[in-house]
Design a protein around this ligand. Sequence first.
Ligand code: NAD
Ligand code: UDP
Length: 322
Amino acid sequence: MKNSRKRTLVTGGAGFLGSHLCDRLVAAGHDVLCVDNFFTGSRDNIAHLLSVPHFEFIRHDITFPLYVEVDEIYNLACPASPIHYQFDPVQTTKTSVHGAINMLGLAKRLKARIFQASTSEVYGDPEIHPQTEEYWGNVNPIGIRSCYDEGKRCAETLFFDYRRQYDLSIKVGRIFNTYGPRMHPDDGRVVSNFIVQALQNRPITIFGEGNQTRSFCYVDDLIDVIILFMQTPDSLTGPLNLGNSSEFTIRELAELVIDLTGSQSKLQFELLPEDDPKQRQPDLTKTTSALGWAPAIALHDGLIKTIYYFDDLLKRGCVIEY
Ligand code: NAD
Ligand code: UDP
């Protein structure tokens, strides 16, 4: 392992996905530099790593330049939950666009390979189903989700222009809804919301009629595929869809969570937010053939692990009781 030890930068490393990625990179013997401004991430997510000799943390906002020396970069910094990315939409766009420019500039100076955490949101409210990487998307440029969607689209543009203009080694992964331990209990995303509501026997808030679909990937599967993608030759740039293609309606998810938690919660139907995509499912053909990878963890099994995590948080008094 020693010869292949890399100095690795993870931006957004104190967030949900970033902290799992840091864990895996440290476990694989790499030196990990975690950069985060704690906008949605937390020290708790990386507390267990702070005493590890090969792990280092810098509190920094990636919309400002960063001068460090590393061999490769995973760019994950950006709030992912609609509540959080809509809280300060200008900062969200800046994080995606200025952040990408800063991280790409760093990668260019260091001749370092760089991964971009892009998103299924680049497809907007898709008119084709399932979504293939060739689909250009159906995105509202001026709506409440645009700061995130268009920011991530512009970041993809920047990544491919740095590739064309400077021959940078880029890996662009379009991540579909991913869930698991260390999601923020109040971040408003559907899996964390439903589990916390069910564990507290509160109403399960279904937006709209719950017929909209999402395809949920367990975090361990996603981290596997990101690391695998990063190890491929320069010629494989992506974009590649990363996720799990098992598609569920939001109502089915609610019923499964109630069932698995044995909750007394009832369904409560609320207004569907503006521009909420009606259906979402990754076509994983390209990813599977390029990487020989497929997700291994079914929603049922991933939910049980996630429920266990939130149940423990609640028992330790780490979640506000309603
Ligand atoms: P998260 O909110 O838990 O993590 C994002 C992290 O980025 C947080 O720790 C936050 O503090 C940090 N951050 C935000 N702005 C920053 C800035 N300007 N400078 C430095 N740090 C900053 O979200 P997540 O689910 O872990 O998502 C990680 C990445 O994956 C994001 O880029 C997100 O867009 C992408 N993604 C996630 C999903 C998903 O389902 N989880 C789906 C698609 C894409
Ligand atoms: N959703 C819901 N109730 C909630 C939170 C979300 O019905 O308490 C719905 C939301 O409207 C969307 C889906 O669940 O249709 C997924 O929402 P999330 O915010 O997790 O992710 P995204 O919309 O970005 O895929």
